[in-house]
Write a new protein. Sequence first.
Length: 337
Amino acid sequence: MVWSGRWVAERLGVGLDGDEELRSLLGLALRRNPKRAHLLVSNVLGKHVPQSPALVYESGRGLGVRVRALLGDEEAARAVVLGYAETATGLGHAVADGLGLAPYLHSTRRPVPGVAAAGGFEESHSHHTSHLLLPENPELLAGAGPLVLVDDEFSTGNTVLNTVRALHERYPRDRYVIVALVDMRAPADRERLTAFAAALGARVDLIALASGTVTLPDGVLEKGRALVERWSAPDRTPAGADGAPPGTVRRVELPWPEGLPDGGRHGFLPAHRGTLEAALPRLAAALADALPGAVRDPGASGAVQDPDASAVVRDPGALAAVPEPGGPAAVRDPDAP
């Protein structure tokens, strides 16, 4: 089987080394970003490449089960799970489901009129660096229980350190758990986190599906820019330009339970989880009925839209996984880079 990161690795000179399962979890892509030439592409996140929704969901839920085993039920019930926009909003929901006892909140880039920010932090390498935390209950983060931070990858650790630093000043606690699909820190970054936790006076644990390191050669940014320039796709062809009928967009109104949040942007509580679990078969049936017959056939691919990755469905992956006799699906996020 050809590794999906081979093309970029050979042309950029990027090395990816680590656990045996690492390359089954990750590929590589070029990135149009002046700060990073490469993008680690997860095969189990469900955002960049189509994948079985059940596999996507279970990858996150399984991590949550491990967090609960680490903390024990008493501490798990005092915890709060925090996911990062945009890539880890659905992943964070799945981790919270596996943990089972804790509320979930994810960051957002979008201010909401009338909702005061309970905190914020910076993601230095991002196209849009500022994150906001907008829980409906301003006391959601005020407890002293563990804070579980969920991201798709843990690379330099800068974002997590910025988050913990900012929140610890406002809501101090003595335990943090970092959860990621992959831990790709260099040795120096591992030492930096250890020193940071010691200075903070807090315990910091990390749970991931696999770990490894990325090796970048000199001049990688220049190589990346040249490759992007050479291989950039042409502008999209207008719909119907070749005589084919243009595509259509159909809005499906789902029988959403009254009072149930449609995402974790303002908080999603354990009680909400039970309500949604009971409603999922009905929601999935309504969605399946609205799909063309060809899309429902085994082997077909589809997408479940997550427009902010900030709100729409608490975990689009969970909804996508319910009617899954068909093929792979992906959660599409129009705001993601």
